[in-house]
Design a binder for this molecule. Sequence first.
Ligand SMILES: [Zn+2]
Length: 470
Amino acid sequence: MKSKFFITTPIYYINDVPHIGHTCTTVAADILARFHRQLEDEVFFLTGTDEHGQKVAEVAEKQGISPQEYCDQIAPRFEEAWKNLNISFDFFIRTTDPRHEKVVVELLEKIYQNGDVYKDKYEGYYCIGCESFKTETELVDGHCPLHPAAQTVKKSEDNWFFKLSKYVPKLIELIEDEKTNYIFPEGKRKEVLAKLKAGVNDISISRENVEWGIPLPWEKSHTIYVWIDALINYYSATRFVEGKEGFWPADLHLLGKEILWFHTVIWQAMLLSAGIELPKKTYTHSFYMIDGQKMSKSIGNVISPSQLTDLFGVDGARYLIARSFPNENDSDVGIERFKERYNADLANNLGNLVSRLNKLNENLDIKFEKLDNKIDEKFDNLLNNLRFDEAIGYIFETYIDKANANLNQFTPWKLADEDPKKSEILADCIFNICLAANHLKAIMPESADKILDIFTQGHQVLEKPLFGRI
Ligand SMILES: [Zn+2]
């Protein structure tokens, strides 16, 4: 029986344009989605844009257009960026989709009927950058640590609150039990547990003075807090996207570390309150540092996905993202180091090996029989734990280095084409590179297919190298 695999990226907030941070989460999700399709699982890969909230309304107003017009202009830029990176999402959700809005209202009504909301005064410091309230202790010199350039505004208003504190004991129980824990990697599980045990306040889920949002069903002059509305996308998609009805609960929510709390605590508590099954797993990655500095518009060191594909091609960009994927710790990257890595691994090693083998095969025309799609267990494990760097390293060591070593040791180019030893050596090298390509398919789909194509068809004339030097 086929198993299902439902994977999500965060839906990206539409006031920004795609950068390497969004790109790394999206490429990671795509690698896993493609890998599970290769294993013949039924996959649902969901991404999209988060389109409500004050910040969107403000940006739109500055441009003299409606918030909806603004969203309609920006959302396609994300969709396009992902298509340019060969991202194989099954559905692109937008939170202004009326079908999503309907599910948001239904879910909130369940929470309301369950007696988990109440009205109260809210006082706090609001960061428009995060679209969330900060406590005084979270601020650094009166500013949000993530948005030091933005002012935080002290606000006092009537809000509806969700009884988050009620669900804290249940969440601690779930997270502490290895069988039900859904927070990965381990460091993030510990971080969330410590914060839960330190005490948690209820959270406000409505806004009185923000018009650009979904009206709260039981008090329509309030809108639903943008974060609450956004989180529900993962569930709502399984309620209205054709053929995806059976995919809830999500098998994996991929997250960046700035949204850990929303996804591992607030979202889970909302689902518990609404009586909906919880996602099976969340994986929270760290950030990219660019040449030792935080990436920021003011420093001007933001790397865009198109900058990467222009320089390294689609598969080169995907490879470099996977190789530098920030797991527990921030990953320091830069264009120069990307170039070095690209040249060393792809141009000089893999690409060169393909050219050499293809050339040696000119007169022999060895064709590799169809592969049986056997995936090495160690690789499977590393990939599913998002250890992309180690997974790729393992494939290079196991198959590519072996083929290179064989070539260097047995120097088949010195042998005559009629010498059976030459065919034997070459067939072995071709076997190894085909296995490598089969494993790297999810990471570099077009190049892997090209390699398999070359060596299952016999010798081919290549117009340009697979990975040209930069
Ligand atoms: Zn902020």
